[in-house]
Write a protein that binds this ligand. Structure first.
Ligand code: ADP
Ligand code: ZN
Ligand code: ZN
Length: 739
């Protein structure tokens, strides 16, 4: 472009306003392109925006337009394909394009900091690991483990890479004092992943015939084709991913692997880093903002061959993208529950289409959405029905606890089985999906339950440290001494959470190590990897935890899995409740007997005849899914129909309800063909949260196009209103949770 007289910049700015803003280019900028960051004056502030387009005219007179104040980069940070993905997401989820584009960047880039690679500190061995070193570190097994790990990486490992596999800075410093390791600062030179002679450092396993068939199905063509990889737990899906990635890397292309939020365990990362010699970048919540930027740059400059990431990784540029894998595709954490309410699994399909590459959705318990797509032939459906190696499927047993005497929630026969398992030198996993000590505290004299003052829920009693906690708004308060209503001192904890269960198990099994895994016990950095390392040592132990234990873990010595209470999820008011419960039960069960020793699963229930439980116990997931699907069909619920949900939150209950009532009336009056049903407004299942009243309006249709046409109209209407103070609305397309 030669002169600034004849062009204007359309800039995406992170505001909820659904529009672009026109600016004039800076005086001396010759090479502006769409996707570049710019700094612009916006009201009294300066903001970072993204060039959305360069235009030759503007609807505004030139003298009214302000000028871009700075251009931080020489290249576009958002390439054309990510721009296209964001445009699609913005229109599908009816969310501001400015905010969509900006959230696609790592935080430090959104803040305007430079997109540069920093120097990094790399740790490596001073001399090769030999027997005498090993002997000298006999009392420091952790340090020895770190040395063994480092010995596999002659080029050295960075601190986050070591932290990911459970080695803290403290361990490294100790080894440094003993002159076993050294650390050097290096400039990160951007060496392309394609420059490595061989992308693979470790010989792959020999696939069994089902795995080989699946791999062929993925590699059949390098162009766009979605695949459901439907393989039972322990069937070796990860090995199939690894070999598909190997082929991708050898073809000079990058692979993107999405994993659930808590599925990105050190063990997963380790498996990938040990297999490939090309850099494997990671993006997850355990990294600092600076580390995230480094991972993002490695992926977007094609110095990393593989990117393993949680949900938001779907927006990372990968200039040579050749394969996308979405592991545990049914997982809830792929859906973002605020701001841009996208589903990363669904965006993965669209992204693969843009990149014209295969996309693999893997799961032992596929979501109904994906199953329907596979059955309708939109996705190819590859199955692995048996476990890999010598592992056999676990046996599942429904334990009828009606009329039985329970010892703090445990039936005698379960306790006996746990004892005998531990006596054999094996490990036991106990699953209880509730953290804290007890889910409620009740007054024995008047029946009052201690509630959250801001939400419609009971406060959970926690013992360590002792306090009452709201799991919805994070409100915390000391444990009351007496009932707020009748002043009685007889307050009693009701129900069982993991903290309480921990105490019970400690008493029952005083000589067995017990490890609790939930959000509270793993808050500290490294806490989870330390626990997992202990479990992997193979000593008999009890592992107690919430759904954090259910996902992706491979514990070879766990042979007994106990599900303390399977009933709570059977009668959920949410239409997806049963689907989620079934997936969770099978995933938890799938932790048992994953290697040579056979696994057994005991499910305690008051409803042993429940048809869903029976199908799950006989491990017939596809029959279970069929029964759910026929129900959804009758009710026209997803995936047999499309759903969108307007929510309001307001300090006065009536303002939210009225807004939605007016919206409903408007939508109904515009509707000619009755292809969209408008239901509500009704109070949300949790009517009050954080001191705000919540209402919902549902839009339901069997035609996606009609639904979206109506959403457009609704959003336009809502945008045009001046809302009363304290009222907020949001739209959730394909909602996962109705809370
Ligand atoms: P999934 O991801 O399907 O739950 P994993 O990939 O974790 O299963 O595999 C389970 C176990 O089986 C792992 O220990 C893995 O090393 C082993 N495994 C996978 N494929 C093979 C194979 N072809 N031969 C022998 N062992 C295998
Ligand atoms: Zn009372
Ligand atoms: Zn609360």
């Amino acid at each position: 472009m030669t002169s600034c007289d004849d062009h204007y910049l359309s800039i995406a700015i992170p505001t909820p306003l659904r529009q672009m803003f026109d600016y004039l280019p800076p005086d001396n900028e010759a090479n502006l392109q769409p996707g570049m960051r710019v700094q612009v004056p916006f009201g009294p502030r300066k903001l970072i925006g993204i060039v959305e387009a360069i235009k030759s005219e503007s609807d505004y007179p030139k003298e009214k337009l302000r000028q871009v104040t700075a251009v931080p980069d020489r290249v576009a940070l958002i390439p054309e394909d990510i721009m296209q993905l964001c445009r699609w997401a913005s229109s599908y989820y009816h969310y501001s394009l400015g905010e969509t584009l900006l959230q696609a960047l790592p935080k430090v880039l959104r803040q305007g900091k430079p997109a540069t690679r920093e120097k990094i500190a790399l740790w490596s061995l001073i001399s090769p690991l030999d027997e005498s070193i090993a002997v000298s570190l006999k009392r420091a097994p952790k340090q020895l483990k770190a040395l063994q790990w480092l010995s596999e990486y002659p080029e050295g490992l960075s601190e986050p890479e070591l932290r990911e596999v459970g080695f803290s800075k403290a361990i490294l410093s100790q080894l440094q004092k003993k002159q076993r390791v050294l650390v050097r600062e290096i400039e990160l030179v951007d060496r392309l992943f394609t420059e490595y002679a061989n992308p693979v450092r470790q010989t792959p396993l020999t696939l069994n015939s089902e795995q080989a068939f699946a791999l062929d199905g993925i590699l059949e063509s390098p162009s766009f084709h979605p695949i459901l990889l439907d393989g039972v737990t322990g069937s070796g899906k990860t090995e199939v991913y690894l070999q598909a990635i190997e082929a991708t890397l050898k073809a000079g292309k990058q692979a993107l692997v999405l994993v659930p939020e808590i599925g990105l365990t050190p063990q997963t990362v380790k498996r990938f880093r040990s297999r490939f010699s090309v850099p494997v970048a990671c993006l997850h919540s355990g990294l600092s903002d600076g580390e995230r930027l480094q991972g993002w740059l490695a992926a977007s400059r094609a110095t990393a061959g593989v990117l393993i990431a949680t949900r938001s990784g779907i927006f990372t540029p990968l200039p040579k993208l050749g394969l996308i894998i979405v592991d545990e595709e049914h997982d809830n954490s792929y859906k973002q529950q605020d701001t841009l309410r996208y589903n990363a699994r669904d965006l993965a399909i669209y992204r693969a289409k843009i990149a014209d590459c295969p996309v693999v959705l893997g799961s032992a318990t596929p979501s109904l959405e994906t199953l329907v797509n596979a059955r309708k032939g939109r996705y190819s459906h590859l199955e692995i029905k048996s476990r890999a190696g010598h592992a056999r499927p676990p046996t599942l047993e429904l334990l009828d606890i009606r009329q039985q005497t329970l010892h703090e929630g445990f039936a005698q026969s379960l306790i006996t089985k746990m004892k005998s398992t531990l006596d054999k030198g094996e490990q036991v996993m106990v699953f209880l999906n509730r953290r804290g000590y007890a889910p409620s505290l009740i007054c024995h004299d008047c029946g009052e339950v201690i509630d959250c003052p801001h939400c419609d829920v009971h406060l959970t009693l926690h013992r360590m440290p002792p306090h009452m906690h709201c799991h919805h708004c994070d409100f915390q308060t000391p444990i009351p001494w007496s009932c707020p209503k009748c002043q009685s001192k007889r307050l009693q904890p009701v129900g069982q959470g993991t903290e309480r269960c921990e105490l019970v198990l400690e008493q029952m099994f005083p000589n067995t190590p017990l490890m609790r895994v939930d959000r509270d016990s793993t808050r500290r950095k490294n806490a989870l990897s330390e626990i997992l390392n202990t479990v992997h040592s193979g000593e008999p132990c009890i592992l107690l935890g919430t759904q954090m234990l259910a996902k992706g873990h491979h514990f070879p010595d766990v042979t007994l899995v106990a599900i303390v209470n399977a009933d709570s999820g059977l009668f959920s008011s949410d239409f997806r409740g049963l689907e989620k419960t079934g997936q969770l039960i099978l995933q938890v069960a799938g932790r048992a007997g994953r290697e040579k020793k056979p696994g057994h699963v005991i499910i305690q229930t008051h409803n042993p005849q429940h048809p869903a439980l029976q199908m799950l116990a006989s491990q017939q997931y596809s029959r279970f899914a069929d029964s759910l699907l026929s129900e959804r069909k009758q009710l026209q619920l997803p995936p047999e129909g499309y759903l969108a949900l307007f929510r309001t939150e307001s300090s006065i209950a009536a303002t939210g309800e009225n807004l939605l009532k007016n919206l409903r009336n408007l939508l109904l009056s515009h509707q000619q063909d009755h292809s969209v049903r408008v239901l509500g407004p009704i109070p949300a299942p949790m009517e009050k949260r954080q001191g705000r009243y919540r209402y919902q309006l549902f839009l339901q249709s069997h035609q996606r196009v009609s639904l979206h046409r109506m959403l457009d109209l609704a959003v336009k209407q809502l945008d045009s209103l001046k809302l009363p103070k304290g009222l907020r609305w949001t739209l959730d397309v394909d909602p996962q949770e109705m809370t």
